[in-house]
Design a protein around this ligand. Structure first.
Ligand SMILES: Cc1cc2nc3c(=O)[nH]c(=O)nc-3n(C[C@H](O)[C@H](O)[C@H](O)COP(=O)(O)O)c2cc1C
Length: 343
């Protein structure tokens, strides 16, 4: 059977499995790693359009990316239409392949200013802003939304139609309302219905924790692609595995040597990007996530947060995963994990 093609706006991508944007996580070294490990494209974490206007140092740091990351989208958020248009132009100038607008963030600090998911409450006014953003650049403008503000107002279809009229390239939908935060389950039937009615590509998102489920979601709900967030922190091999399944190949669970190679690459990328303290901070976070649920993980995490020397830390990690990844019972990867974020 021929493998279906995956087309998103003007881009032909290898397969429909994509790393979801996550603040504090999908930074440049992790995006590089995930591109090597076959995420079809990558998106930065949300970056403030106001911060771009003021050229804040921290903001500009967040916008840096490496050629290896392409296709790369830079994600912005904000509430002021002129600043959003300015930020869109700036991001295009930096060389991003597309500009993504965060319209899903549920965090009070963001929505109280009218940014993130609050912008979707008024699809007409949102449509005008999106049309201005689209007009301002040559690269695609894309959006990431939730299903609605709360269970009474799941207006994603209105938002999608307004976005399509404005010329937006595609819409990623996290299948929860803003009010749900990270509770309950993503509503994939709702996402499937949106896809059936949408004139532009729809990327589904929410609660995908295994490669099998990723393939199942694309096939069952007809979405053009899926975003995988927390599942990639549990299982950084999920894109390779899903891509193989998609092509009809059988790929065994990651072997100890796969973990050793991945850890070596990540250590190098982190230390190449950050000064030693920053690199250690990120190393500890990722190692703790990858180990979650493996036998002996709580002991391992204690070590991770107490070892001061980077070489020793990564050696302990290699030893841990070389041993623990021999375990073939990976059911724990289906458990809930990391219940909060910006989209
Ligand atoms: C720690 C964390 C940070 C996040 N930051 C962002 C973000 O910056 N931009 C965004 O659009 N979504 C963000 N999200 C939402 C994810 O992209 C995704 O929509 C959500 O986690 C559901 O997908 P998942 O079940 O595959 O994790 C974040 C999620 C988490 C857990």
């Amino acid at each position: 059977m021929a493998v279906p093609q995956t087309k998103l706006g003007p881009f032909q991508v290898e397969h429909p499995f994509i790393l979801a944007p996550m603040a504090g996580i999908t930074n440049s070294p992790f995006r590089r790693l995930m591109r090597r490990m076959k995420s079809a494209l990558v998106v930065s974490e949300l970056v403030s359009a106001n911060g771009i206007e003021y050229m804040g140092q921290k903001t500009l740091e967040l916008l840096k990316f490496h050629e290896e990351e392409r296709l790369i989208g830079l994600q912005i958020f904000g509430e002021n239409p002129e600043r959003l248009v300015g930020a869109t132009r700036y991001v295009e100038k930096l060389g991003a392949d597309f500009v993504d607008l965060n319209l899903g963030c549920p965090v009070p600090k963001v929505v109280k200013n009218g940014a993130g998911s609050a912008m979707c409450r008024d699809p007409i006014s949102l449509g005008k802003t999106l049309a201005e953003m689209v007009k301002a650049v040559k690269v695609p403008v894309t959006i990431k939304i939730r299903t609605g503000w709360d269970s009474e107002s799941r207006n994603a279809l209105d938002v999608i139609r307004a976005a399509a009229d404005a010329g937006v390239g595609w819409v990623a939908v996290h299948g929860r309302t803003r009010a749900q935060g990270y509770s309950g389950k993503a509503d994939w039937d709702f996402i499937g219905d949106l896809k059936a009615k949408s004139p532009i590509p729809i990327i589904g998102n929410g609660d995908i924790l295994t490669a099998e489920d990723a393939v199942h979601k694309v096939r069952t709900y007809g979405v053009d692609a899926v975003l995988i967030g927390r599942g990639a922190l549990r299982n950084p091999f999920i894109f390779e595995q899903a891509a193989a399944l998609w092509r009809g190949e059988v790929r065994p669970a990651p072997q100890p040597e796969d973990y050793v190679a991945m850890l070596g690459a990540q250590k190098q990328l982190l230390h190449e990007t950050y000064e030693p303290r920053g690199a250690m901070l990120h190393s500890r976070k990722f190692l703790a996530w990858y180990s979650a649920g493996f036998p002996g993980s709580s002991e391992f995490r204690k070590k991770v947060f107490s070892i001061p020397d980077p070489d020793e830390l990564w050696q302990v990690a290699v030893d841990f995963f070389r041993e623990s990844s021999k375990s073939r019972n990976l059911d724990f990867m289906r458990e809930e994990f990391l219940m909060g974020g910006h989209g």
